[in-house]
Design a protein around this ligand. Structure first.
Ligand code: SF4
Length: 275
């Protein structure tokens, strides 16, 4: 179930990014930040020995196979036009936002590593206004948060991550990831910037409040922990796209399961042993 989603907008992210994209000084500052951040963008992940915060929403059986047997392999076009393009675009938007925030005295961190109950992850962008303790003393709300950038080619993604698309699916997994980062950083507010070049608006920003998601985030971490168990769990993919191209052919929800004739082979083997 998706918790309620009312949340305050801590800063105007879209306005800041749009302004920085055309302001000469901010754009130059963003370019300098890019030079520092970009060398590590495509570094390979460390070998998998456990879960990552970005696993939120993954099917636990597919994840179990990745952890216990073989690393995930992507099709070249998925790697290039989905993952790599998303990384590049999101990183540049993050640099523009960082330049805008730094110019106004905010502390900004790009790609900081965090740990949520021992699960590691990398945040796209964390920001914090100057003098947080003075703000607290004055009774002002904290002005800090986590920002994640998600690029999509799918026009249904003009919806907020918590809103169902025409197939009834949400991008709840993106919110769970964001909220786990907020919990790791000890802040309450997080935003998802959805970059959708195929859509007229091209970018939308949705804020979420950790207080409303805390239980859901803990529940997700417990669900995913089955991927570390010695026993292979049942597949539990919530979204249809997760099963497309899934390497776990032994799962009855896999398109290639019927072709594999696994059940027939097992039945034949049992029959042979019974004789
Ligand atoms: S086919 Fe779907 S449900 Fe089965 S393991 Fe793969 S992702 Fe999970």
């Amino acid at each position: 179930m998706v918790p309620p989603c009312e949340a305050r907008a801590v800063i105007d992210i879209a306005e800041r990014i749009r302004h920085a994209a055309t302001d000469e000084t901010l754009r130059a500052a963003a370019s300098e930040i890019w030079k520092r951040v970009s060398p590590t963008l495509f570094d390979p992940h460390d070998e998998r020995t456990g879960l990552r915060v970005s696993d939120a929403g993954q099917c636990v059986r597919a994840l179990w196979n990745e952890v216990h047997t073989a690393p995930k392999v992507f099709e070249p076009d998925v790697q290039l036009f989905n993952l790599d393009e998303g990384t590049l675009t999101g990183a540049w938007f993050a640099c523009l936002l960082a330049a805008s925030l730094k110019a106004d005295g905010y502390l900004v961190e790009l790609e900081p590593e965090v740990s949520f109950n021992g699960t590691l992850g990398h945040i796209d962008l964390y920001f914090q206004a100057e003098a947080p303790l003075t703000r607290l003393k004055l009774g002002l709300p904290p002005e800090n948060g986590v920002v994640e950038f998600k690029r999509t080619n799918q026009s249904w993604s003009i919806k907020a991550p918590h809103e169902p698309n025409k197939s009834g699916e949400t991008r709840r997994y993106q919110i769970l990831q964001l909220m786990a980062y907020c919990a790791a950083k000890g802040v309450n507010d997080g935003a998802i910037v959805t970059i959708a070049p195929s859509w007229d608006g091209k970018m939308r920003v949705d804020w979420y409040d950790l207080d409303l998601w805390r239980d859901a985030v803990s529940g997700e971490q417990m669900r995913l922990s089955a991927a570390l168990s010695p026993v292979e769990p049942e597949g539990d993919a919530s979204e249809a796209f997760r099963c497309r191209g899934c390497p776990v052919i032994a799962c009855p929800r896999n398109d290639r399961y019927a072709e594999s004739r696994l059940e027939q082979q097992l039945a034949a083997s049992l029959e042979a042993h019974a004789k």
